[in-house]
Write a protein that binds this ligand. Structure first.
Ligand code: PBG
Length: 328
């Protein structure tokens, strides 16, 4: 009798052909899971390229409408709108004005695509305040959490009136999700959902975004955004948002926080989103422009990593392009 030797365990067997690899892939990315962040700038008559985000622009009303239609055509899940106003003040009045640039962007986007795409909007004051903070300041220059909540409530109503499908409170004020849910419900806008920035960290990787929105911020946001050292706190914040009525919770930034994303995914029973932010975009674009990495491969690998870490939805500046790559 021939003696049977203990076989070598060969995981490589399942990697032999593209068909095999495709069949056993644990995760995949689909266009419907992607959301495109977009900027509408007041007072320009041609789109303005964003230097630190090659390929991205501040839109005019016209170019925004065209880009939103293109996004719907590409089959992505939604768009997240940001407004870049011409004038700012201490309390961010432009955020509440029905003619304010973000509310105009919402109305234009919805007029263009109806419900073919989920139209989302940033619900935060930083683009509208002259000091650039996400909330209003008290006499001593500190963020006034609870007075800010009142403004967020008004902002939510203005965005709902403009026709938004989903609001994205990103200011990290305590209690913001509960206040927004309550005010929308009281106005009989139970249909408007909330994508809550549950765990949002004070990050150096937001740099290019600050150019994109013409931010005037001096200093930092460390008294309201989270310390990068803390993961458990991210989970606690996400759970608070669920308790207050969030429909989706988000972790942001993305790539440096995939561990937090996984922990949040395991802790909640609602969809989880991740924001592949401006600095993450800029790093890949810059390296690719230098010929240091394969751009398209890096984009798809990035999005796959988000899915693997637990993201149901991914906000990414590559949304429309990636949808094209995925359907090739
Ligand atoms: C705040 C907001 C920021 C981003 C989205 N919403 C900037 C900040 O918190 O400083 C950053 C997005 C990105 O970097 O791509 N309204």
């Amino acid at each position: 009798m021939t003696e049977i030797e203990k076989p070598v365990i060969r995981p490589r067997r399942l990697r032999q052909t593209p068909a095999l690899r495709r069949m056993v892939a644990e995760t995949s990315v689909e266009p419907r899971q992607l959301v495109l962040p977009m900027f509408l700038r007041e007072g320009i008559d041609a789109p303005v390229p964003i230097g630190s985000m090659p390929g991205q622009v501040q839109h005019t009303r016209d170019s925004l409408r065209k880009a939103v239609a293109e996004a719907a055509e590409a089959g992505i899940g939604g768009v997240m709108l940001f407004g870049v106003p011409e004038t700012k003040d201490a309390v961010g009045s432009g955020a509440i004005d029905p003619e304010g640039i973000l509310n105009v962007a919402i109305a234009d986007a919805v007029a263009e695509v109806g419900t073919a795409l989920t139209v989302m909007s940033d619900l935060c004051l930083d683009e509208f305040t002259d000091h650039g903070h996400c909330g209003v300041l008290d006499e001593s220059g500190r963020i006034d959490n609870d007075r800010t909540l009142g403004l967020y409530a008004e902002m939510a109503l203005a965005q709902a009136a403009a026709g938004v499908h989903m609001v994205g409170p990103s200011g990290m004020m305590d209690g913001q999700v509960g206040v927004i849910r309550a005010v929308l419900d009281a106005a009989e806008r139970t249909d408007v959902s909330i994508l809550a920035y549950g765990a949002k960290y004070a990050s150096a990787f937001y740099g290019p975004f600050r150019e994109a929105v013409g931010s005037t911020l001096e200093g930092d946001r460390r008294t309201y955004q989270q310390d990068p050292a803390n993961a458990l706190e991210g989970v606690r914040e996400a759970l608070l948002d669920v308790e207050q009525g969030a429909d989706i919770v988000m972790v942001k930034p993305g790539l440096p926080y995939l561990d937090v994303l996984r922990q949040v995914k395991d802790a909640v029973d609602i969809p989880v989103a991740a924001y592949n932010i401006s600095g993450e975009y800029a790093m890949v674009e810059a390296a690719a422009a230098n010929g240091w990495i394969d751009r398209e491969a890096a984009i798809l690998e990035t999005l796959t990593a988000f899915r693997r870490a637990g993201a149901d939805v991914i906000l990414t500046y590559w949304a429309v392009e990636a949808a094209g790559l995925l359907s090739r």
